[in-house]
Design a protein around this ligand. Structure first.
Ligand SMILES: O=P(O)(O)OC[C@@H](O)[C@@H](O)c1c[nH]c2ccccc12
Length: 319
């Protein structure tokens, strides 16, 4: 019961502190961090669906869309990443994607590529990220999904890699460059460690293969909005509305949309199309990378995230 009440307290506390005025002082004071085990990814979406609120955008419909930010671990250093994780968890993130830096992030655009470079320059490696997460995960109330290119996994043997994630309290894993056909073993090994392997489907994925991907994806399905690499876009691909419908006809699994989301109107639009989550990476990473100081970067991210979450159905910043 304590755990449950603590979770409820955290949840209600997050709703209360998601208004931006007290979040940072809360994190800074460190005197009121309830050490609760974050929900699993599936529990997070189920809990959000239970909390679903009726929103009126011409007609009443029950919606609650998860906000899923991405940052690169170690950018610009792991102590800033630790602060960012705690701040994002307080600012309304329902799930956080945390990228492991590597030398060739080929699916990333220039903004995230630069973040990998900064992270590697600060000597960030898997061991250091795992020890940071062991410290931080008990202090945050949302699940962490690790992002790793496959070469980092194959070089360290997948079972050892997955055990390290499990020890760190990571709840999910995304390996964007691992072809679906080659991922069965890793998916099985992840399932044995209760780590959700989140799979990606794109506008170019044939329908039959999309169905297989959706069926095999754990936690949620990542719907990539557009072709190409990560990076803020001016507009969201309108094909996403049709793709979302197609995926949701295939399964009841939650579907989160990413790639290019960088404005409140993108969040509104994707939410109105029926997504269960919106994923934002480059626009957040850019603020961290361009700031004059770590503290300034965190402040800018906090304000930007508040704008985006305010655009979610019945914006989470509403008191
Ligand atoms: O950066 P964007 O355009 O907001 O897209 C999300 C993206 O950053 C994140 O989900 C991600 C980071 N690296 C990736 C590589 C492939 C697919 C997705 C990703």
């Amino acid at each position: 019961m304590i755990m449950a009440s603590a979770s409820v307290a955290v949840a209600s506390n997050r709703l209360k502190i998601s208004s931006t005025d007290c979040v940072y002082s809360m994190a800074e004071r460190q005197d009121f961090i309830l050490r609760v085990q974050a929900f699993s990814i599936s529990e997070t979406f189920s809990s959000l669906r239970r909390q679903k609120r009726t929103s009126f955008n011409g007609n009443f419909n029950d919606v609650w869309v998860a906000f899923i930010p991405y940052i690169t671990a170690g950018d610009p250093d792991l102590s800033t990443t630790a602060k960012a994780l705690k701040m994002l968890s307080c600012c309304g993130a329902d799930i956080i994607e945390l990228g492991l830096p590597c030398n060739a992030p080929v699916l990333d655009g220039p903004v995230i590529q630069a973040s990998h470079k900064r992270a590697l320059a600060s000597k960030t490696n898997l061991k250091a990220v795992i020890s940071m997460l062991k410290e931080v995960v008990p202090q945050i109330s949302c699940p962490v999904v690790m992002f790793s290119y496959y070469n980092l996994i194959s070089s360290s043997r997948s079972q050892w890699f997955l055990s390290a994630l499990e020890d760190a309290g990571a709840q999910g894993l995304i390996v964007p460059d691992l072809p679906f056909e080659d991922g069965a073993t890793l998916r099985r090994e992840a399932a044995e460690k209760n780590i959700d392997m989140v799979l990606l489907t794109t506008p170019a994925t044939p329908k039959k293969k999309m169905k297989a991907i959706v069926d095999a994806s754990e936690g949620f399905v990542y719907l990539v909005s557009s072709a190409g690499v990560t990076g803020a876009r001016d507009i969201v691909n309108t094909k996403v509305q049709f793709l979302l419908k197609e995926v949701k006809e295939t399964s009841r699994k939650p579907v989160a949309v990413g790639f290019g989301v960088s404005k409140p109107q993108h969040v509104k639009q994707i939410s109105s199309w029926g997504a269960d989550g919106v994923i934002v990476g480059s626009a957040i990473v850019k603020l961290l990378g361009e700031a004059n100081s770590r503290e300034e970067g965190l402040r800018h991210v906090k304000s930007f995230v508040a704008c985006l979450t305010a655009a979610l159905p019945l914006g989470k910043n509403e008191n």
